[in-house]
Design a protein around this ligand. Sequence first.
Ligand SMILES: NC(=O)c1ccc[n+]([C@@H]2O[C@H](COP(=O)([O-])OP(=O)(O)OC[C@H]3O[C@@H](n4cnc5c(N)ncnc54)[C@H](OP(=O)(O)O)[C@@H]3O)[C@@H](O)[C@H]2O)c1
Length: 363
Amino acid sequence: MVKFQVLPVMSTMKAALVKTLGLVHDSDILEIVEDYPRPSRGKGQVLVRVLTCATSAGDMHVMSGRVSFAITPPSFPYIPGSSVCGVVEEADPEAEFKLGDRVIAHMGMKPWGALAEYAVFEARNCVLAPESISDEVASACGDSAATALKAVELAGVKEGHRVLVLGGSGGVGSCCVQLAKIAGASFVAATSTQVKLLEEELKADRAINYKEVDWWSIAEFQEQPFDCIIDCVGGGGHFGKAGANRVLKSGGSGGKFIAVVGDEPEPIIHNPLQLAGFASRLLWRSLWTWLWPWSPRYICFVTDADSSTIKTILDHMAKDKLLLKVDSSGPYPFTKDGVTAALKLQESHRAHGKVVIRVNRKG
Ligand SMILES: NC(=O)c1ccc[n+]([C@@H]2O[C@H](COP(=O)([O-])OP(=O)(O)OC[C@H]3O[C@@H](n4cnc5c(N)ncnc54)[C@H](OP(=O)(O)O)[C@@H]3O)[C@@H](O)[C@H]2O)c1
């Protein structure tokens, strides 16, 4: 009699893979494969069928290899992506999610593993997605909005404050503009070439096209300095320009400069010395401006989007009509050309809102 041996069938999935670190716009670092092993989850984790995945500046820092000493994927090739909207396939029996629930999920401080048909997330980084928001918007809740929330909190924006957001049309900046208003700011100005978007959609009180006007030289801003500047662009000596031109109040009068991005928007960190230099430059300025009340205070930070932060963002969306801007060129298809185009846009610093890739359809 012939005996058949039953072999386990390995489930596979379609996934984006980064073969080697580099810039998307000048090298062929990416491929899409159809037969990558499906991940399996452990206790406290949720297996999600990904519907949409939003890219982020953090994805590009890792992919470029610029910060390889500080943060690098555990092995190669690796699956990029960190922020998704998806459907629960498997969770612990006692978890708050059940099969088929639509969730917003984020990888936390490890920006990889999400741009595939299936991905595993820590349950603490997952939140039920409200029916009222689209998959595209849900995938955009994870990192940029959380960063903006933290920036506005650190700035201590209050009723009557005057706030300037540098880079007001990006994923982080577009939320900063709105969250500053929600916190009670009486005047919010922002810089970008997207003047119409800032004024009409994001309701900024003043939009400054930075290609035409230097924000630090505007007489009105020098006469009535800001309580806070939130810098979502970095580089360009913005902190020095704000202080030297007196468009930001001194620390003694409550003036704060919130560096979402520091002087090095694309830092190079390949060894401990470069890491120490990068961190000490930021921390030294934070320290001396804290001790020296005649200068505006300089505050830098790193965010981690956990479920409570995402819930706060969802609350603002429901109550305060916070609009999570998705770049209108997307959603991009889950093909090599589609993913490459999405990542190139993210890499260019020209995205107007979040860049989203459609991975799966519902059902
Ligand atoms: N500290 C943290 O924990 C943390 C967390 C997340 C992100 N970040 C950082 O936050 C930054 C923003 O990220 P993002 O995802 O929002 O988008 P991004 O891709 O860095 O920025 C896109 C936006 O920047 C605008 N922009 C570019 N150059 C500008 C300039 N010189 N002046 C004014 N606007 C300018 C562009 O508008 P135009 O087309 O009008 O130029 C575009 O809307 C990134 O550098 C990222 O690394 C920090």
